[in-house]
Write a protein that binds this ligand. Structure first.
Ligand code: AMP
Ligand code: ZN
Length: 491
C-alpha cells in the first residue's frame, strides 16, 4: 500500500522536494555502515542504527520493497582508523588470549541482542567484511587497472591527487582540496604513500598481524573503506538509493567510498547520503575512545555512575525518536525521565483509544491530523514532528474519553488504525507492560483491585475505596474514574 503518492522524501542533500523513485525498482537499496565488532556497541552506535530502523520501517510502511544491507565490520580496523598501527581485533584477541573470530562472534551476538531489545528489524542482508575479501581484492584490481591506485611495498594506496584531477574529492562535505590538505598531517619520512590524502585499499600484513589473506600483492588485509564499497556494490549495484551511517563517517569513510566507486565503475555510487548526528554526553560525542559510552545493559539496569536509575529499552527508543536524526541528541537523566513519562502517557492513551465511545459528529479534524503524520515523515523522516502530532491525538483521545469532545465511528477507525500503525510499525515502539509476564500479572492484579474498589463504592464504603486509591498512589499507580470505568497508570 502506497499510503501517500506525493512523496517528498530525502531532501537531506538537495533540500528540494522531490518524488522518490527507486533507482533499481522494485527495490529501494539501503546500505548502512554496521558496527565494528571488537567491542560492545554503546548507546551512540545504537542511536544511528535505531534511526535507520525508523527510515527502513517507514519505507516499508509506504509499500516499498527494501533491500536493507547493514554490514558487520570484522576486519581491517586499525588504531586511529589510519593505515598503520595495531589491528583492533587482533589486539583484543591477544589481550584475552582468544582467536580474533571469537571476538567477532561474541560482539556480533551481543550486537544482535541489543538490536532486538530496541525492537529494530533485522536487515535483509548482513554481510561481513571477512566474508567478502575476494570482492575487495577484485575492486582494488579494477581501481589499479583504471589508474587510480598504486602499489608500494606490498600495500595498495588510492591516488587522491590523480582522482582530484577529474573529480571533486571533498564533494560530500563541501570542502576544498587545499583545506583537506591543510588538515592532514605531513607524510613522515618513512611513509610509502605518494600523497598526504592517499588511503589504503590493501595493507601488507606485518609478521605479527593475525588476520591476513593472500592477494596478488602478497599476504595482507583490506583497508576499511573498500569493505563497504565492495559489499554495497555486490548487493545493491554500482549505484543505489540510500547510504547511511553516522556523521563521523562522512568526511573520510564515505568520501573515500565515493572515490573508490567512481574510480572503479565511473559512476556515483549513491543517490542520497543520510547521516545521523551524534549522541553526546555533556555535549561531548559518545565514543569508544572517549570512554564516555554507556552500554545498553548499563542503561537498562541503571548500573552506571552517571545514571540515576534504569530505563526500559522502549523509553530509550522513544527518547531517541523525539529528536530528528540529523540533530545532536544530548543524554541526560532529566530528558530520559521526561521521555519515560511521555511514553507511558502515549501507551495509556492507546489503551483508552480501544474503548472510546463514538458520536454522530467529530469535534476535531481527524483527517487533517492523519495527514500531518505523513507530512512529518515525508519531510526527511521528521519523527519529533510526528510525535508532536501523536500527542495531539493523545489530547483528543483523552478529551473524548472525558466527554469533552466527540468522535464519529469513521474517524475513530481512522485514528485507531493510523495511531497504532505509526506508534508500533513506524516508530517501532511496543507496550512493554503487555509482552512480559510481570506486566500481564500487574494487569490482572489491577483488574481485581479496581473491582474491589468499585464494589466498595457501590456499598458506599468510601473509607475503603479511598484507602485503596491512596495505597495505590503511594505505590506509584494512579487511578482515575471516568464514565467508561476506572483507568489506571504507572506514574
Ligand atoms: P563503529 O562501531 O564505531 O564503527 O560505529 C558504528 C556506527 O555508529 C557508525 O555509523 C558511527 O558513525 C555511529 N556512531 C558512533 N558514535 C556515535 C554517536 N556518539 N552517536 C551516534 N552515532 C554514532
Ligand atoms: Zn562503511
Amino acid at each position: 500500500m502506497i499510503a501517500q503518492n506525493n512523496l517528498s522524501l530525502f531532501n537531506t542533500l538537495t533540500r528540494k522536494k522531490e518524488k522518490f523513485e527507486p533507482l533499481n525498482a522494485p527495490f529501494v537499496g539501503l546500505y548502512v555502515c554496521g558496527p565494528t565488532v571488537y567491542s560492545d556497541v554503546h548507546l551512540g552506535n545504537c542511536r544511528t542504527f535505531i534511526s535507520f530502523d525508523l527510515i527502513y520501517r517507514y519505507l516499508l510502511h509506504l509499500g516499498f520493497k527494501v533491500r536493507y544491507v547493514r554490514n558487520i565490520t570484522d576486519a581491517g580496523h586499525l588504531e586511529g582508523d589510519r593505515d598503520e598501527g595495531d589491528d583492533k581485533f587482533a589486539k583484543k584477541a591477544r589481550l584475552e588470549q582468544l582467536e580474533p573470530m571469537e571476538i567477532v562472534q561474541r560482539y556480533t551476538l551481543g550486537f544482535h541482542d541489543v538490536m532486538r531489545a530496541f525492537n529494530t528489524l533485522p536487515p535483509s542482508i548482513e554481510p561481513t567484511a571477512t566474508g567478502h575479501i575476494l570482492e575487495q581484492i577484485e575492486m582494488t584490481k579494477k581501481i589499479i587497472e583504471n589508474g587510480y591506485a598504486y602499489e608500494a611495498n606490498g600495500s595498495i594506496y588510492f591516488d587522491v591527487e590523480k582522482y582530484t584531477k577529474e573529480h571533486n574529492y571533498g564533494e560530500l562535505t563541501n570542502r576544498k582540496l587545499e583545506d583537506l590538505l591543510e588538515n592532514t598531517r605531513e607524510l613522515g619520512g618513512q611513509d610509502e604513500k605518494k600523497g598526504r590524502l592517499d588511503f589504503a585499499l590493501w595493507i601488507k600484513a606485518k609478521p605479527e598481524h593475525i588476520m591476513r589473506w593472500p592477494s596478488p600483492w602478497g599476504w595482507g588485509f583490506p583497508g576499511w573503506h573498500i569493505e563497504c564499497s565492495a559489499m554495497s556494490t555486490k548487493y545493491l549495484g554500482d549505484t543505489f538509493d540510500i547510504h547511511g551511517g553516522g556523521m563521523d563517517l562522512q568526511a573520510t569513510h564515505h568520501t573515500n567510498e565515493i572515490a573508490q566507486s567512481q574510480a572503479c565503475s565511473h559512476k556515483a555510487p549513491v543517490k542520497y547520503w543520510l547521516h545521523t548526528n551524534m549522541l553526546t554526553v555533556n555535549s561531548v560525542r559518545m565514543s569508544k575512545s572517549a570512554g564516555n559510552g554507556f552500554l545498553p545493559h548499563e542503561l537498562f539496569t541503571g548500573n552506571h555512575p552517571l545514571l540515576e536509575k534504569g530505563y526500559s529499552p522502549m523509553a530509550v527508543r522513544f527518547f531517541m525518536m523525539q529528536t530528528h536524526y540529523r540533530s545532536t541528541l544530548d543524554f541526560s537523566n532529566e530528558a530520559l525521565q521526561a521521555a519515560e513519562k511521555g511514553f507511558a502517557k502515549l501507551m495509556t492513551a492507546l489503551k483508552t483509544l480501544k474503548q472510546l465511545k463514538t458520536s454522530a459528529t467529530s469535534t476535531s479534524n481527524i483527517t487533517a491530523l492523519v495527514e500531518a503524520f505523513y507530512t512529518a515523515m515525508n519531510d526527511d523522516f521528521n519523527s519529533p514532528i510526528l510525535i508532536a502530532n501523536l500527542f495531539e491525538a493523545v489530547r483528543i483521545i483523552n478529551s473524548v474519553n472525558d466527554g469533552k469532545e466527540s468522535i464519529t465511528i469513521a474517524d475513530l477507525n481512522s485514528l485507531q488504525t493510523t495511531v497504532n500503525t505509526f506508534v508500533f510499525d513506524v516508530l517501532g515502539l511496543h507496550d512493554e507492560s503487555e509482552n512480559n509476564n510481570g506486566g500481564k500479572a500487574l494487569d490482572t492484579v489491577m483488574q481485581i483491585v479496581i473491582e474491589q474498589r468499585t464494589e466498595a463504592k457501590k456499598r458506599k464504603d468510601f473509607a475503603t475505596s479511598d484507602q485503596i486509591r491512596d495505597l495505590l498512589l503511594a505505590g506509584g499507580i494512579s487511578i482515575k474514574d471516568t464514565k467508561e470505568g476506572t483507568i489506571w497508570q504507572v506514574d
